[in-house]
Design a protein around this ligand. Structure first.
Ligand code: AN0
Ligand code: CP
Length: 317
């Protein structure tokens, strides 16, 4: 595997899971594989889990790691082509990316959607520029439209906790005060669609996601019906995707918050969220503090997904 930006890059879900169990059984089995190899992690946006879990995964594989927060100490980077650079930004990605490529063997990139222009965001300009210009294998640490390392960890977590062969998995929109990308929800839908689980997405009118990602999932506007018999409730906020309202917070309807009344409709469902999560906006304290909440274990699996991906990339260097 040269680049990793979506589920198809790693192959089938079964293969992804086999690789993950392999990493889980013995996390240090491949610590020679990364010897004298350097991972460069580039962050255009903040992170807690991705940064720490990916670094930990790389260290388990014996790699050296360099981390750069573009917004803290690096030159501000111009990303537009053909511009007269008389503004704020002293350096262009046309030079910066190939230069960064010379310092490492593998590059991880985190770059969120700017939520201003749907066409620009969904063309995945930033991560594609890294793939085109760096000369090195590139993986996504959340791009404009996807967060594959998160979705991979989510599937590992569901497999560990499921009590039936084909669980009912529900992705529910939940309120949030600021506009967030659709990436986590898109990616979760893309990965769940690659499984044989029953999959329902529930959200208020106006928060429809791109059909490119939702595929054949059942869209249910009535959360009561969606929650009925669910085995996993996966909460996430996202801003509007529609052309007219792209990137907007249409409302913060707090009746969509995941609370114990809603969880009581399920078949003893587990509560999942990628984190960071706003308590008593997305989920009530009593749900996230209950034994049905598996968010910390879910976050711990980010080391496993990152290590499985890095191991595959190291093997093809
Ligand atoms: C980001 C998002 O919703 O895409 C990152 C989640 C992993 N969340 C926030 O910015 C709060
Ligand atoms: N879930 C996740 O990617 O978290 P961070 O934004 O903290 O990396």
């Amino acid at each position: 595997m040269r680049n990793f930006t979506k589920v198809g890059d790693i192959g089938t879900i079964q293969r992804a899971l086999d690789l993950a169990w392999d990493v889980k059984i013995n996390p240090f089995a491949d610590k020679e594989l990364g010897r004298d190899k350097t991972l460069l992690m580039i962050f255009f946006n903040s992170s807690l889990r991705t940064r720490l879990s990916t670094q930990r995964a790389a260290m388990n594989l014996g790699m050296n790691v360099i981390v750069l927060d573009i917004n803290q100490g690096a030159w501000k980077l111009e990303t537009e082509m053909g511009v007269i650079m008389d503004g704020e930004k002293p350096e262009h990605i046309m030079e910066a990316i190939p230069v960064m490529g010379t310092y490492c063997d593998i590059i991880g990139v985190r770059s969120f959607a700017n939520l201003q222009n749907r066409v620009t965001d969904y063309s995945e300009e930033i991560i594609n520029q890294f793939i085109r210009l760096s000369g090195k294998p590139v993986f996504s640490m959340e791009s404009a439209t996807r967060h594959p390392l998160q979705s991979y960890a989510d599937i590992i977590t569901i497999e560990e906790y499921k009590r039936v062969q084909k669980p009912k998995v529900v992705l529910t929109w939940a309120p949030h005060p600021r506009a967030l990308p659709q990436a986590v929800a898109n990616s979760f839908a893309e990965w769940i669609n690659a499984t044989d689980y029953e999959f329902v997405i529930t959200h208020p009118q106006g928060y429809e996601l791109s059909e490119e990602f939702t595929g054949n999932a059942k869209i249910e506007y009535d959360w009561r019906k969606a929650y009925e018999g669910a085995h996993f409730i996966y909460a996430k906020n996202w801003s509007a995707y529609s052309e007219k309202n792209y990137g907007k917070v249409l409302h913060m309807d707090r009746s969509w918050m995941v609370d114990s009344e809603k969880m009581a409709q399920t078949d003893k469902a587990f509560f999942m969220h990628c984190l960071p999560v706003r308590r008593n906006m997305i989920v009530s304290d009593d749900v996230i503090d209950s034994t049905s909440s598996i968010v910390v274990h879910q976050a711990s699996n980010r080391v496993v997904s990152a290590q499985a991906v890095l191991r595959e990339m190291l093997r093809t260097l």
